[in-house]
Design a protein around this ligand. Sequence first.
Ligand code: FMN
Length: 194
Amino acid sequence: MRKAPSYETQELREFAEVLRGRRTIDQFLQTPVPDQLVSGAMEAATWAPNHYVSEPWHFILPGEEAIGRIIDLCAEIVSARKGAELAGHKRKAWSEKPGWLIVTCPFTRDDALREKEDYAACCAAVQNFMLYLWKAGVGSKWTTGPITRDARFFDVIGVDAEKYFVVGMLWFGYPKVTPTQSRAAVDDVTTKLP
Ligand SMILES: Cc1cc2nc3c(=O)[nH]c(=O)nc-3n(C[C@H](O)[C@H](O)[C@H](O)COP(=O)(O)O)c2cc1C
C-alpha cells in the first residue's frame, strides 16, 4: 500500500516559517544587496499566478540618479504638506533605503475585471519577490504612499500615467530592526460550510 503523503515534513515547516516570519522592514543595514539576488527575486516574481497568463507586471529598477530625483520629490511633497522639518526626516530615511524596485500594472479601462485580476497577479508577484528575498535574509517594505500616485513621480520613472499605475514601491535590504507582528487565528477568519 502506498504511504499517505506527509504534511508534517521539516521542509514544509521551514517553508511555512518563511511565509510566517517575513516582516515589513523599515530600517535597513547599509550592506548592499547583491544584484544577482535581486535578479533571482524578480525572476521568481514572474512565476506568480496570472489569469490568461497576461503577465501584467513591469519592474523598474531606479539607479542612483533616479533614486535621487525620487527622494527630492518626496521631500518636496512632504515639505508642502507638513513642513520642512518632516521633509528633512523623510529625506534622511529614504536616503538610507539600500534597494529600490517599482512595480507597475496596466490600466484596462474597458474591462474592470481584467484590471482587478491583473492587479491581483501583480500583488502575487510582489509577494513572491519579498518572500524570495526574505528566505535569503533580505527584508523589504511595500509602500503605496502618495508619491506613487503623483504625476511628477511618473515623469521620474518614465511611465505613462494614463496607461499604468504603480502597484508598489519596494525598498529592500538586510534588516537592522525586525518588528514583531500578530495575526488573528485562522478560525476567526474562516467559515466552514457543511
Ligand atoms: C498594498 C500594500 C501597501 C502598503 N503600503 C504601505 C505604506 O504605504 N506604508 C507602510 O508603512 N506600510 C505599507 N504596507 C505594509 C503594511 O503596513 C504591512 O504589510 C503590515 O503592517 C503588516 O506587517 P507585515 O508585512 O510585517 O506582516 C503595505 C502593504 C501592502 C500589501
